[in-house]
Write a protein that binds this ligand. Structure first.
Ligand SMILES: *[C@@H]1O[C@H](CO)[C@@H](O)[C@H](O)[C@H]1NC(C)=O
Ligand SMILES: *[C@@H]1O[C@H](CO)[C@@H](O)[C@H](O)[C@H]1NC(C)=O
Ligand SMILES: *[C@@H]1O[C@H](CO)[C@@H](O)[C@H](O)[C@H]1NC(C)=O
Ligand SMILES: *[C@@H]1O[C@H](CO)[C@@H](O)[C@H](O)[C@H]1NC(C)=O
Length: 180
């Protein structure tokens, strides 16, 4: 029921819990020809979904939003992200997951984000305020990332191999303020 020309959409303070395939584009229609998002929103560029009690992103949750560039999923409780959750979002450049994750260490983060980010062309990833004790493993991050914001976490040390992994991604700027 969203206007087809919508560009900016904010849904704040809801109880969305699980985002299923093409959640914002009329749901997923099966079938080869004509299969996919039932009602794509071709102009939707900015999507803000904060404080929405989101726990799971299923496969192709953001399908049908080909122009999506910044996506803000901060202040949720993500515990499950399907590997293809962001499939079809070729323009996605900024992903905000501040105070939004239920994972604290590299292994948990690796499992949570496993594969979901690797195919994206993200420029900026924000993981502030998640009580992280370790950086996310470089293998879970997209190549070409320019900014990794891990401010206000519980980082106490940075392992050489983690920094080497980040350097191999293309030397993103690391934002480390407010960590012990
Ligand atoms: C949509 O979001 C962009 C980016 O935040 C902003 O520059 C623009 O003014 C917004 N447009 C409307 C109509 O709110
Ligand atoms: C939020 O949605 C979940 C799943 O639909 C439901 O179990 C829960 O009661 C809802 N919580 C509130 C506060 O509405
Ligand atoms: C990532 O891209 C590769 C190569 O195009 C493809 O085989 C794979 O299925 C993609 N993974 C996801 C989760 O979309
Ligand atoms: C820092 O993160 C904690 C959660 O880990 C949050 O409660 C707090 O509000 C954040 N502080 C700022 C300044 O964002």
């Amino acid at each position: 029921e969203l206007p087809a020309a919508v560009r900016n959409l904010s849904i704040v303070g809801g109880n969305l819990t699980v985002l299923r395939a093409a959640a914002f584009a009329g749901g997923w229609r099966e079938g080869g020809e004509g299969g996919g998002a039932a009602r794509p929103l071709a102009d939707l560029t900015l999507l803000v979904l904060t404080h929405d009690a989101i726990e799971a992103l299923e496969e192709a949750a953001f399908a049908g939003l080909p122009a999506l560039a910044p996506l803000d999923l901060s202040h949720n409780r993500l515990r499950s992200v399907a590997p293809g959750a962001f499939a079809g979002c070729a323009q996605l450049r900024t992903l905000r997951l501040n105070q939004g994750l239920e994972a604290r260490d590299a292994r948990g983060l690796g499992e949570l984000l496993a594969g979901a980010l690797a195919n994206l062309s993200l420029v900026r990833l924000e993981l502030a305020g998640n009580r992280l004790r370790e950086l996310p493993p470089a293998t879970a991050l997209p190549p070409g990332l320019r900014h990794l914001d891990v401010r206000n976490n519980s980082l106490q040390a940075l392992a050489a191999e983690q920094l080497d992994g980040l350097a191999a991604l293309g030397r993103p700027r690391l934002h480390l303020a407010a960590n012990p």
